[in-house]
Design a protein around this ligand. Sequence first.
Ligand SMILES: C[S@@+](CC[C@H](N)C(=O)[O-])C[C@H]1O[C@@H](n2cnc3c(N)ncnc32)[C@H](O)[C@@H]1O
Length: 274
Amino acid sequence: MNETELFDLELKLLLEAIYQRYHYDFRQYALSSLRRRVRHAMSRFGCEHISDLQRRLLHEPDLFAQAMQFFTVQVSEMFRDPDYFSVLRQHALPVLGTYPSIKLWVAGCSTGEEVWSLAILLHEEGLLDRSLIYATDINSDALAMAEAGVFPIDRMALFSQNYLKAGGKGSLSDYYSAAYNGAMFDRSLKRNIVFADHSLATDQVFSEVHLVSCRNVLIYFNRALQDRAVGLFHEALVYRGFLGLGSKESLQFGAHASAFEVCVREQRLYRKAS
Ligand SMILES: C[S@@+](CC[C@H](N)C(=O)[O-])C[C@H]1O[C@@H](n2cnc3c(N)ncnc32)[C@H](O)[C@@H]1O
């Protein structure tokens, strides 16, 4: 057995141990990026072998909480890929506006940039008051930050540019004030957002929704887990409901490809077709 094979064997045992001990299931995550992130965790926690890391994670729950930052990737931006948000504005929101009440699910919301962006979009289209947004993730620290809605002030220049490119109708600064060394977004935007722990790997559907936005999450999953997640979205969506994915993600070749039709290919917007 060569070094890589040994590493992968230990990695498999580590993921099984984490699942048995903490019920977080990383066993079907894409291997290449998982390997990289586990190596970072090993160096951060001073472990020479994965088995050293496994022993510590099993016996030190606090360390496992810290290690979650390595098992999940939290990179996000407000109005990330601005064209995606303008496509939502042009293609999805006018349809959603025909429903008396609207439910949306941001799956893998991380620290909240995507869901606060969506709330601003709904507000500008006059739909926020009759919307309910579920913002879910497995990372509890990220969820707490998402709920707080305070982002570093030095990120506002980029977020403002994105907002304008996405067809923002005012200025992003209309929605935040400086507080707690950051930009605190208007509390009224989160009136209809429910932040909750939910795993696409182990949990079931919890509501019927009109739109699912799950961006930059499936790239970390292997094909089987991608199929499971998209299966949940399909089950959650109303007939003709919308599904938005990240710019590097697609339904093509997946088990549920034929159950959706492409709405805007370039921006990865789909509609439930059957
Ligand atoms: C790169 S972030 C994406 C953030 C945001 N959607 C965006 O595009 O800017 C990926 C998120 O997926 C979450 N995640 C990873 N595995 C998950 C799972 N099994 N169920 C739900 N969320 C998961 C991570 O915790 C992380 O917050």
